[in-house]
Design a protein around this ligand. Structure first.
Ligand code: NCC
Length: 276
């Protein structure tokens, strides 16, 4: 029956096991770079985490006035070089963790090793590598060589909490997305930082408020709230399987339509282990 076949999307997301690489993880336990991974876990005081917010970088955050709401959460996740300064009323000012794609770590324009936006905040950086390569291979052939700047950063700030996301877990997440959409194949490109961030954070949070990921009625065609660029592909996807991600996130949502489409807030609950 339908009942028996139903498997919650949030379980599919958790099953992907998106995680940071740890020192003890082979092959990194034998590699120089592994010694640079922080000894700490991703978050301190995990039991104290009650509320989490993820702030997409979408243009339709302009005028949202969600800053106070966002800052009231214990954990606030943001992406890449999305600023808060100058945008506090709409997006808040608190940042606990930034998820960065490897271009942001690598390209000089972002100045990863020195820009203040990347300091005093937990960093989780990812690079997809080629599909189905080993981790040793990835450590030599990442799409963008994030290791060089990661090394510089960790040497400059030994107390920093800067982590690398396991690329295999990124591709498992891609597989979960494929399972969710069923027989319609999604393209073989990694999920967006937003979706990777959701999967990384959910195990730590009883629930997550994901802000302006499923577009609200503020939808304005702009790519980012912090630039004037018009580009709908940022919202609906061109390279990343963004539309499928958003359908899956909506499938996990518990909030009502007013919350999702007027305020731009999805609420996603961590599934009970017994459920999965
Ligand atoms: O744009 P980006 O994404 O940094 O956005 C972060 C996450 O917010 C969600 N988003 C963003 C814009 C929008 N209109 N709707 C949204 O839902 C997405 O979940 C997105 O992941 C990335 O995922 O890392 C990405 O990074 C940019 C770019 O590299 C960085 O912004 C740095 O400039 C990519 N753009 C390009 O490479 C040109 C983008 O494809 C993905």
């Amino acid at each position: 029956s339908f009942e028996e076949q139903y498997y919650p999307s949030s379980c599919l997301l958790m099953d992907a096991g998106v995680k940071i690489l740890r020192r003890r993880d082979p092959p990194f336990h034998n590699l120089e770079i592994g010694k640079l991974f922080p000894k700490q876990k991703l978050f301190r005081k995990i039991n104290d985490i009650k509320t989490c917010a993820i702030v997409s970088s979408a243009g339709s955050l302009s005028g949202a006035k969600l800053g106070r709401f966002i800052d009231s959460h214990d954990i606030v996740m943001r992406f890449n070089d999305a600023p808060t300064i100058g945008y506090e009323i709409d997006v808040g000012s608190k940042t606990t963790i930034r998820v960065l794609n490897s271009q942001v770590v690598t390209k000089p324009q972002f100045n990863f090793t020195h820009a203040s936006i990347f300091q005093n905040v937990t960093i989780a950086a990812w690079d997809p590598g080629k599909y189905n390569t080993s981790l040793s291979e990835w450590s030599r052939t990442a799409d963008y060589d994030l290791f060089t700047n990661y090394k510089i950063y960790r040497h400059s700030y030994p107390k920093s909490r800067a982590f690398l996301i396991d690329p295999h877990s990124v591709w498992r997440l891609w597989q979960s997305l494929q399972t969710f959409v069923g027989s319609r194949p999604i393209r073989r490109n990694p999920p967006s930082s937003g979706f990777i961030g959701l999967a990384l954070l959910l195990p730590y949070c009883p629930h997550i408020d994901f802000i302006e990921y499923v577009p609200s009625t503020r939808l304005n065609g702009r790519c980012h709230y912090y630039s004037k660029e018009m580009n709908s592909a940022c919202t609906f996807g061109a390279w990343h399987p963004l539309a499928a991600e958003k359908l899956m996130a909506l499938d996990m949502n518990l909030a009502d339509d007013i919350s999702v489409y007027q305020h731009g807030i999805l609420r996603i609950r961590r599934p009970d282990k017994l459920l999965c």
